[in-house]
Every structure is written in C-alpha cells, then in structure tokens.
Design a protein around this ligand. Structure first.
Ligand code: FEO
Ligand code: CA
Ligand code: CA
Ligand code: CA
Length: 650
C-alpha cells in the first residue's frame, strides 16, 4: 500500500443539504447539464424525441435506451480524451408507463402485441454513442456517428470461456452452445485495460419463465415459475414471432431434447459481457461466474502479474467474487487508440483462462479467496465437483452453479454487494453492501419458495443469514462500505475493514456518527477518482428508500478522500470517524430517482452521473431546473462541471 506517498487532497466544496424536489442539486459554482436522455435519436433515420413520441421497434433501436445505469468512456484520440469519446451506457430496465404514455400504458393482455415487446426489448441493453464538448463547455452527442450503436436484449452475442460449447447451453438457436441472443438487466459496468467495456447482467432471471422441469439453478437465481416480468414470452402467441424471438423467454421444455427448445436459454444469461466499443463486437465471458452480476472492476494492474477482476452478486446473503487470469499482464496489450488492435482476442487471453474465487471474511479482519474449481477441496472433504454432483473435470458445471459452489466452499453471505472501486495505486478495493432485510441475529436456514413477485427475494442459502463481522447489523436498512487490501492481485488472502456505515441522524442506527451534511443509506454506485501522485476521491452514490434518510433526502452523491487502509489485521473495525470526517454530500437527485453510473473525464473537469427512474424530470437541458407541471419522465446522463472550468470536487 503506497497511500503514504500521495500528496494530500482536500475536497473544495461545501457539503449541501438534502433535497426533495424534481431537480438535481449541486454545490454553488457548479453546473449540471442533461445529456442523452432516453429516446434521444442516435441517427437521422428516425423522428427525434417529443413528449408525444409513439415508440416503435425501429425508433427505439435507433435511440438511446431506457433506465441509464453503469457507464464508461472510451477515447477516440489521446489528446481529446476529455472532450470527445465514445460513451458506453447500460440501459438496465424500463418504465412501461413512460414508454407507452401516449397510448395510455402497455397492453398487458395475453398475448402482448409483438411490436410492443420488440420495442421493450430494444429499450434494454447497451447504448454506444459518441459525445463531445463544445468550446462553451456544453456537451452534446454526435448524431450519425459511426460509433453510435445499440446492443439490445435481441442482439446475437457469443459465449466464451468454460461454459461455451458445453451441453449446459445447447438451445434450438445454438445447437452447439456457442451463442445466444441479447444481454439483459445491464446494471453496473466496468472496463478493461485493453479498452473494452464490461456490462453486467443483474436481474435477468425475472424475464424468463419455466413452469416445469426446473433446474436447481433456476430456483436459486429466481427464474419465474408463472410469468416473466413484462410478459414477453406471451407475445409468441400473437403469431408474428420470428425464429422464436419471444418463445425463447419461456424455458419450459417443449421438445425431445435441449436442441429442440429453450430449456437452457436462462443458462446463457447471468454473465459479464465484454463489448469492444469501437466495433460493437460482444462476448459473454463465462469464466467470471454466473449469477446476478451487479458489476465488474479491474484490480491494480502490474506488469508481469495476473489481471484481476472483482465482481459482486446483488442479492440478499450472496457473495463477492474475484477472477484471476492465467496470463500475466503485458503493457503491450494496453488500449491502442486508433491502432490496429483486436481487443476481443486480448479479452479472450485475459478473461477466458484463469481461476474464479469467492470471498470468505473472517472475524479477525483477515479473509480468504476460495477457489471455485472442480478439484477444489471442500471444507467437508472431497472435491467441489463431487459435492455438486458433477463429473470430476466439469468446470462448466461449476460455473453454471456458481452460487451453490460458493455455498459449499464456505463463502460469507453479504448484505447485497453492489459496486466496487479500486484505488489503482494502492490496490485498495472498496465495495458497497447496500442493505439487507434478511439479516437476523441468529439466522434461519432456507426453505426456498419462489414468490415470483420480489426480484431481490433470493435468500436461498439462508432464509435469513446470521450477523457476521462484515455484516454486523440485523435488519440492515442503511448499508455499509467495506474495503480490503491484498498483498498482490493474485493473493488468496486479504485484510479487510468496514470503511463507513450508512446511518441516519434520527433514531439510533448511526455507528459512523454521520451528520445532516453526510447522512446516507443504501450505498450503491462507487467510483475511485485517481489523481496522479495525489490522494483520490471516492464517490459514493445511493439507491435508497423507505427509511429515515429517505424521509430527509432524495438519492444522492457523496465524496470522501479516503485515508489509507490501516492494516488492522487483528481487530477488524470501523475506520475512525476522524478518518472519514471529510465525507461530504455533493449532489442530490430529483424525486423518485436513484443516482448511479459514474466517471470523471481524465482531466477531472467533468463528472458524469446517471439519473435512473426519475418521477417527473427533466424539464430542461439544465438538470437543476425544477420541473413545473408534469413531464414524461426520462432517465438521463447528467454532466456536472465547475462554472470556471476547474477540476470537480477540489
Ligand atoms: Fe441494478 Fe443492484 O442494482
Ligand atoms: Ca445498483
Ligand atoms: Ca441498488
Ligand atoms: Ca436500478
């Protein structure tokens, strides 16, 4: 840990109060601009946005998708990296009322009309769009840029890694198990050192129904047993289906073998998907595990050492994972902007061969990475493959059943792991644990039933998990942020501590002593904003509701300059209030939204965030304008800058 060698950094803004309005609030001296809201035309082949726009499959496929979430930036030239780049943006799910507002809402009778479902499918996935900054500091998207594309829940995507080509993913569409259609519920995002985007499939199980012949992993992950989230599978009954485009969402076996139906279609989801933002090529990198992937973040990068990615399963009492590549990092593979460069081949080199681990947190402040390999020895003795009932060399089977494998190896059930962030200089890893209503003092073993109504209701290993050292609060409604430090990226041990507890100034749940100026709950998005040779800013976003903090303020963005990991290997503890007293509220979102998706430009003059599921916003290109009257709500990217053009946050 080289935190001690960094120059100190001080936050240069006054913390703002909470807010509950239909507007973004930022500190004095800052501006906030709307960029690429849902429905923005990517090219001139379609009619652009209007309040009365009636969406069609073609319009939505050529427009920015809905419900912005994770995102990242990819330069088009090194010298314009902070003013002109490809913005890769997740479109997690949809607000059907807003999508179908001109017709008074979606058609919910069965069968749903094919073109309504096609439009909804096209509103999901990923948007790639070129954006640029004008000389007056305002940002816009470049209509008709050759980089503008949509990857939707219908786009063909290849499978790579251990699951690819296995019997587990044979479908009528891909009888050799090498491809599928679509990526879905793309939540948080990541990036690779070789210039690709990582989009992460989170709450996809709710889109599939299987009424019979369910697999164990169908129950574990929450494949629906009576109907999909938006009833897409019903559109197969409208008669205009092409190549099982809707029937594939019903995974109930209907044919003689897996090659005759879509019983395995849900096993082609739940992955980290790598996208080359410059070409639109995409592959599902199955070796990073199969579950409800919130996000994926590269660890500290060291020449000659393996490349590491951290990921998280956002469900109650699920786990934190790490993938370690077999190949060691060579700087010659770094993103070669403008050069001839096969990014997907480099992705295969670092993401298809390696080892997946799951985290075990010990009460003494140490932790272990437990390997999820067929030959791993389980705590009960014998191999992991045998414990899962698999053939001795069935790595694909271990990956398909990642969560069960993690149970068997003794992973620590967490309070809904959401985003991670890595200090690339020290290697410190931060992760949000957003909340957990299924944590109790004693814990209760699972008797699993799939209610089909709560997509987060997945306490499979535990009906409720008992409190443990990194998750010490029963019925945890405020959440916490943990961090850990490893010797090297490929270490199988680590030291951890709780960085800060969410809490409310009212009531009696405020272990970190938060104040009116920084009380928060349900931390979700995270971004470590590195500044060369200086300490960095850890930005924290929230996705909160139904508690004392939500009574005080809408969802928010806070900033903190973290002190170094204290290395308290024998006494896991909360970082002293003294050390995180510079935690400050920087921005607050409009009513009804969550704040998510975050990065800063390399020159630190622009901070990009996303506002997802606002209730009645935006009404102007100025994100700080309070909506008067009622508007058709649109998720949007918001660019926050200093009016004087200086660096954000300092
Ligand atoms: Fe899509 Fe766990 O947030
Ligand atoms: Ca999230
Ligand atoms: Ca969340
Ligand atoms: Ca969300």
């Amino acid at each position: 840990n080289d935190g001690s060698t960094k120059q100190p950094l001080t936050l240069g803004f006054d913390a703002i109060l909470g807010s509950k309005t239909d507007a973004i609030v930022v500190p004095p001296g800052y501006t906030a601009q709307i960029l690429i809201p849902w429905g923005t035309a990517l090219n001139d082949s379609i009619s652009g946005w209007s309040e009365s726009l009636a969406f069609t499959p073609t319009i939505q496929e050529n427009s920015v998708g809905m419900h912005h979430d994770g995102m990242y930036h990819f330069p088009l030239a090194e010298d314009t990296a902070s003013s002109n780049f490809i913005l890769a943006l997740n479109n997690e799910y949809i607000d059907q009322a807003a999508l179908w507002e001109p017709q008074g809402g979606p058609t919910t009778t069965s069968p749903r009309p094919a073109d309504e479902v096609r439009t909804e499918i096209n509103a999901h996935g990923v948007t790639l769009v070129e954006v640029k900054k004008a000389s007056d500091g305002s940002w816009s998207h470049v209509e008709n840029s050759p980089y503008n594309r949509r990857i939707t829940s219908a786009t063909e995507i290849g499978l790579a890694g251990p699951v690819a080509g296995s019997d587990y993913v044979i479908t009528k569409y891909s009888t050799d198990g090498t491809k599928t259609r679509g990526t879905n519920n793309n939540c948080a995002a990541g990036y690779t050192p070789w210039g690709t985007y990582l989009t992460c499939e989170e709450n996809w199980p709710g889109y599939f129904v299987k009424t019979a012949s369910r697999y164990n992993d169908d129950d574990r992950l929450g494949i629906e047993s009576s109907g999909g989230r938006y009833g897409w599978e019903t559109a197969a009954g409208d008669g205009s289906e092409v190549n099982d485009e809707f029937g594939r969402f019903d995974a109930t076996p209907s044919g003689a073998t897996a090659a005759d139906d879509y019983r395995n279609e849900p096993r082609t989801f739940g992955y980290i998907v790598e996208i080359d933002p410059y070409t639109g090529e995409a592959m599902k990198r199955t070796h990073l595990g199969r579950f409800r992937h919130e996000g994926c973040w590269p660890g500290k990068l060291v020449e000659g050492e393996p490349v590491v990615f951290y990921s998280s399963h956002d469900s109650r009492n699920e786990y934190i994972y790490k993938f370690v590549s077999d190949a060691v990092w060579s700087a010659s593979d770094a993103n070669n902007v403008g050069g001839t460069y096969d990014r997907m081949a480099i992705g295969s080199k670092y993401m298809d061969e390696g080892t997946l681990y799951v985290a075990k947190f010990n009460a003494d402040g140490t932790g272990e990475w437990l390997p999820l390999t067929p030959d791993a020895e389980t705590p009960a003795g014998g191999t992991l493959a045998a414990a899962l009932g698999l053939a001795a060399d069935d790595l694909a089977g271990v990956i398909i059943n990642t969560c069960d494998a993690a149970d068997i190896m003794g992973a620590t059930p967490m309070d809904r792991p959401e985003w991670g962030a890595v200090d690339p200089a020290s290697g410190d890893v931060y992760m949000t644990l957003t909340n957990n209503s299924k944590r109790t003092a004693e814990g209760v073993a699972a008797t699993y039933t799939n209610s089909g109504t709560d997509i987060d209701d997945l306490g499979v290993g535990y009906a409720t998990a008992p409190v443990n050292a990194p998750n010490p609060r029963a019925d945890n409604e405020n959440g916490q942020i943990i961090r850990w430090q490893e010797g090297t990226a490929s270490s199988t041990t680590f030291e951890w501590e709780i960085f800060v507890f969410g809490g409310a100034v009212t009531g009696n749940d405020n272990p970190s002593g938060l104040t009116e100026l920084n009380q928060f709950a349900s931390p979700d998005g995270l971004f470590y904003d590195q500044r060369d040779g200086e300490e960095g800013i850890l930005w924290v976003e929230t996705d909160n509701g139904g508690n004392a903090v939500a009574d005080y303020t809408n969802d928010q963005l806070l900033a903190v300059v973290p002190s170094s990991v204290s290395g308290n290997s024998n006494s896991p503890s909360v970082v002293d209030q003294q050390d995180q007293s510079n935690l400050k509220r920087f921005a607050v979102g409009p009513n009804g939204c969550e704040i998510t998706g975050i990065f800063t430009t390399p020159d630190k003059t622009a901070l990009f965030i996303n506002v997802q599921h606002p209730g009645n916003w935006p009404s102007s290109s100025d994100a700080t304008a309070v909506t008067s009257g009622t508007v058709r709500p649109r998720a949007s990217t918001v660019v926050i800058q200093k009016a004087d053009g200086g660096q954000v946050g300092v």
